[in-house]
Design a protein around this ligand. Structure first.
Ligand code: HEC
Length: 151
């Protein structure tokens, strides 16, 4: 192999290595992580919504598991907002206001964790709807200020 060709292939190899490193980092980045956490929150909320709409029977075990999933996922979600994750790729629906109001954003996350733990502790059907109202309100309070609606 002549030296010019060797240099070209070395450059190519380096480029490939850098490319795959970048892809690996992107796959586990904070934007994906927080969206993944919110997807878990959404799924657990779906189980609770089915009970609220009487599409599913009240089941204290389901309520406990869903409440705990929401509490844990929101706690993790909170930690995935480093300064350099305001813009993607991948596309993010997080508003820039999060970073200028981080204390308020964290407080709204903590409120949601508290409401989710209260939901997890519900064992009587008569306490379910009030807990659902508080939990749903905690999602809305944050989304209203800090999340762009998906088109
Ligand atoms: C403290 C703020 C906060 C709270 C509390 C919160 N969310 Fe979110 N949620 C966000 C933000 C910000 C995004 C957008 C994240 C992104 O795109 O980077 C989001 C995204 C989502 C998504 C879309 C996930 C995706 O990418 O497909 C769902 C579903 C969701 N939230 C459901 C909920 C539910 C249900 C609750 C209440 C139990 C809740 N959220 C509570 C801030 C919050």
């Amino acid at each position: 192999m002549n030296s010019r060709l060797a240099a070209v292939s070395r450059t190519l190899l380096l480029g490939l290595a850098a490319g795959s490193l970048f892809a690996a980092a992107a796959a586990a980045g904070p934007i994906e992580d927080r969206q993944e956490d919110m997807k878990k929150v959404g799924k657990a909320m779906g189980q609770l919504a089915a009970i609220a709409k009487k599409e599913a029977a009240f089941d204290a075990a389901v309520v406990k598991a869903a409440g705990e999933t929401i509490a844990e996922s929101v706690k993790e979600f909170k930690n995935d907002f480093p300064e350099d994750s305001k813009d993607g790729p991948p596309e993010t629906w997080a508003k820039a206001e999060i970073w200028s109001n981080m204390d308020d954003f964290n407080k709204k996350a903590d409120d949601a964790v508290t409401a989710a733990m209260a939901m997890a502790a519900v064992t009587e059907e008569s306490n379910f709807m009030p807990a659902m109202g508080a939990l749903g309100g905690s999602c809305k309070a944050c989304h209203e200020n800090y999340r762009r609606p998906k088109q």
